[in-house]
Design a protein around this ligand. Structure first.
Ligand code: TYM
Length: 332
């Protein structure tokens, strides 16, 4: 079976609808066809300041949410990045293979460092895409399910894999991004030209999966649309309405065309009311299942212990091979 791998940051506690539709749903689907590895990337989270207690709690909460979303430890390897030391080790090797200018071109660093304030960004934040390269290459992943904002990092991964293979002999699988076009970028409900993100200017445009149902309902009902009245999928001219249709269609499985038909002659109010119901029907059982996993810490710990063990077996083999190819003297 081909391999899939992806990672998600534990930073803010609750995942949002962009994470779910853009990435997590694909993780769940790929379990059926791929030998799948999914991890909560706590080492990525510390590129910006974290309260230790919150980081620990948010890491558990992230694992619980991934399980609630449908990751099945019998069918995938689910683990926490810092439990597998090879990530940091291969990360260093990849740092030594990356040009400074090449790293400087990563647009996410530009965005994220701007948010930290000019002089507060760390070297870790700068080299973070390179750690991500190591995350992927360690598992010889063929396919990396992510949203559009990660495309550049997968390109970097491909470049570094090819560079290493060329210099030292075939060592790494060159991975491809698995980006589902329709949901690759879910937009902020208040600013439908910006991606939905936890660092948005206002939380009003962000649907957190663990928010109270009433909060999500209110956010959807106050989503920014446009001054027309027609419900039509047209991302360029009607980004707000199109985003709502995308969310609706993905959560229910009804096609966009069928939704346009269904709402012919109805106003935006009807669409928003129904979508609020759809979202509430999704998040209510999701929140309940997340809580169930949190309430059973022994099971969660044992899932993570098994996941780390399976992940380490693969990661250690790849790292040993890379060290050997580089000419690092093996310890006797
Ligand atoms: P992170 O934690 O910011 O986001 C997790 C996943 O959610 C996707 N995503 C979105 N998709 C569609 N619309 C949105 N508005 C939206 N917002 C977020 C992201 O594209 C991502 O797939 N660097 C990564 C984590 C990472 C990783 C990896 C990913 C570390 N190592 C190895 C893949 C492979 C990140 O910060 O994602």
């Amino acid at each position: 079976r081909p391999r899939a791998l992806s990672g998600i940051q534990p930073t803010s506690g609750s995942f949002h609808l962009g994470n779910y539709l853009g990435a997590i749903r694909q993780y769940v689907a790929l379990q059926e066809t791929h030998d799948s590895f999914y991890m909560v990337v706590d080492l990525h989270a510390i590129t910006v300041p974290q309260d230790p207690k919150d980081l620990r709690a948010n890491t558990r909460l992230s694992v619980a949410q991934l399980l609630a979303a449908g990751l099945d430890p019998e069918r995938c390897t689910l683990f926490v990045q810092s439990h597998v030391p090879e990530h940091a080790q291969l990360g260093w090797v990849m740092n030594c293979l990356t040009g400074f200018g090449e790293a400087s071109r990563m647009t996410q660093f530009k965005d994220k460092s701007a948010k930290q304030g000019a002089n507060n960004a760390t070297v870790g934040l700068f080299t973070y895409p390179i750690l991500q390269v190591a995350d992927i290459l360690l598992y010889q992943a063929d396919s990396v399910p992510v949203g559009e904002d990660q495309r550049q990092h997968i390109e970097l991964t491909r470049d570094l894999a090819e560079r290493f293979n060329q210099r030292y002999g075939r060592t790494f699988t060159v991975p491809a991004p698995h980006i589902v076009k329709e949901v690759a970028k879910i937009y902020d409900l208040q600013d439908p030209t910006a991606k939905m993100s936890k660092s948005a200017a206002t939380p009003k445009g962000l649907i957190n999966l663990l928010d109270e149902a009433k909060v999500s309902e209110k956010k959807i009902k106050s989503a920014v649309t446009d001054t027309e009245a027609e419900i039509r999928f047209d991302p360029e001219h009607k980004p707000g309405v199109s985003n709502l249709l995308t969310i609706y269609s993905t959560l229910t499985g009804e096609s966009i065309a069928a939704l346009e038909q269904k709402y012919t002659g109805q106003g935006y109010g009807a669409l928003k009311t129904d979508l609020a119901g759809v979202v509430v029907d999704f998040v209510t059982p999701f929140r309940r299942r997340t809580q169930e996993f949190l309430d059973d810490p022994e099971t969660l710990d044992s899932i993570l212990a098994k996941g780390a063990e399976k992940a380490r077996a693969v990661a250690a083999e790849t790292l040993a091979q890379a060290y050997d190819r580089l000419g690092l003297l093996p310890a006797k």
